[in-house]
Design a protein around this ligand. Structure first.
Ligand code: SF4
Length: 81
């Protein structure tokens, strides 16, 4: 069975490091000492709306949300399909 995972992605080349996104979604975005975002987990639950708002309001369009499917029935480290 596949589970859909949403992950917040930062493009460090576009990012201006002013940290606006961490003010919008502090539950999922922290800042490093230089002001660049550190993503602290998956986009889920109550954090999803804030993450989506951070993506929309990023002044440099440096944030995006990537969806991926994870096979939850396959043992960790397994390479069989
Ligand atoms: S709002 Fe956008 S440009 Fe500003 S720190 Fe966050 S990712 Fe970087």
């Amino acid at each position: 069975m596949a589970k859909r995972i949403l992950t917040l992605i930062v493009d460090p080349i576009k990012c201006d490091a002013y940290g606006h996104c961490a003010e919008i979604a502090p539950e999922i975005i922290a800042l490093d000492p230089w002001g660049y975002p550190i993503i602290r987990g998956q986009v889920a639950g109550a954090a999803k709306a804030h993450a989506e708002m951070a993506v929309r309001q990023c002044p440099r369009q440096a944030l995006s949300i990537k969806a991926s499917n994870v096979d939850v029935d396959r043992p960790v480290g397994s390479t069989r399909r």
